[in-house]
Design a protein around this ligand. Structure first.
Ligand SMILES: [Zn+2]
Length: 339
């Protein structure tokens, strides 16, 4: 084993055997924003052999204040976050195999995304995906580590299906849309990202090296500005819990998932095509050049129409900025991309 990991191997709780386990591990990171980018960097440096990074968005200048993997050039190029993360990880630790997946996590793909991974890290920014992840992970007996941060506070909890309470044991119902602050409405500072992501990654490493006795076993809450830390000890899973008690997977088994989503607090709407598709981005860019200034790279096409900016990915999804009205967004999608 090369000297790269020598300081980590000196740490008794990991040691040589633990390092070998890390190198042979596969981790899924769902969402590569501030938390996800931080997970990816720490796990890559620690030598976790395979990272599967899934994210639906692209890098923007507003991300650079806290999303440590990304650079100005990534924002200028509007690289998809998964791609920018994979590139940077390759520079940090070329021994790590990073797999970049540009996609929206939904009930049609979540189980295939977690398949083959030892562990799932939550780097998302919304509860819809977290409840879905909870369903998928409980159903498949996969450990996942919930994490959230906004403003100066954050929370995390490690969910081991069958052994520890799941997300729904603690928060039975998903909060109503618009009821919780988001990073785009309440802001967020880097130190809380570092605190929550470091706690998540410490738990991940404990699990991967097999030291589950050292897990914190609680709902941890932090506020780095108010100097507040709380640790609420978790008991047994709730036998009445719909997800882990009754095995009713409402989010996973939902008939048809809404193909549009208002991206909370961002004045943007995402429209996804009803069927899986593969867009010809160059063809689309050529078509649009007569009507707008078009930017294109191998992953996306971006153009404007009046007040709205449309970013279209090769899987047919579009993020439409400048509106939070789904009807307007759908009509723009139909006009320029078609269904
Ligand atoms: Zn539960």
């Amino acid at each position: 084993m090369n000297e790269r990991y020598s300081r980590q191997i000196l740490f008794n709780e990991i040691g040589k055997a633990g390092q070998e386990r890390l190198l042979a591990s596969r981790v899924l990171i769902v969402g590569c924003g501030a938390l996800g980018a931080s997970h990816a960097e720490m796990l890559a440096r620690a030598g976790v052999g395979h990272l599967r990074i899934v994210d639906r968005d692209f890098v923007e200048f507003t991300n650079l204040q806290r999303q440590t993997l990304f650079k100005e050039a990534d924002a200028a190029e509007r690289l998809p976050k998964a791609i920018a993360a994979k590139k940077r990880i390759g520079e940090i630790n070329s021994e790590v195999e990073a797999e970049a997946i540009i996609a929206d996590v939904n009930n049609s793909n979540v189980e295939s995304l977690i398949d083959g991974c030892d562990l799932v890290l939550d780097g998302t920014d919304n509860f819809q995906v977290r409840y879905l992840l909870n369903d998928a992970c409980v159903k498949n007996g996969k450990t996942w580590i919930y994490g959230a941060a906004v403003s100066s506070y954050g929370t995390t909890m490690t969910i081991i299906p069958g052994q520890k309470p799941c997300l729904r044991c603690i928060f039975e119902d998903m909060p109503d849309a618009g009821s919780s602050p988001t990073c785009d409405t309440a802001g967020v500072i880097m130190p809380i990202i570092a605190t929550v992501s470091a706690t998540q990654v410490a738990e991940a490493i404990k699990i991967l090296v097999g030291d589950t006795a050292s897990l914190h076993g609680s709902l941890m809450q932090f506020d780095v500005w108010a100097n507040d830390r709380q640790r609420i000890k978790l008991g047994e899973p709730n036998a009445d819990c719909k997800t882990c008690g009754q095995h009713i997977f409402e989010f996973l088994d939902a008939e048809a998932q809404e193909s549009s989503a208002v991206l909370c607090g961002r004045n943007a709407v995402q429209i996804a095509p009803p069927r899986q598709t593969q867009l010809d981005l160059k063809g689309l860019a050529d078509k649009l050049r007569n009507i707008s200034d078009v930017k294109q790279n191998e992953y996306l096409v971006r153009f404007t129409s009046g007040e709205n900016e449309l970013t279209v990915f090769s899987d047919g999804r579009a993020i439409i900025r400048g509106t939070d009205d789904v009807t307007i967004a759908r009509s723009l999608y139909a006009r320029f991309i078609g269904v």
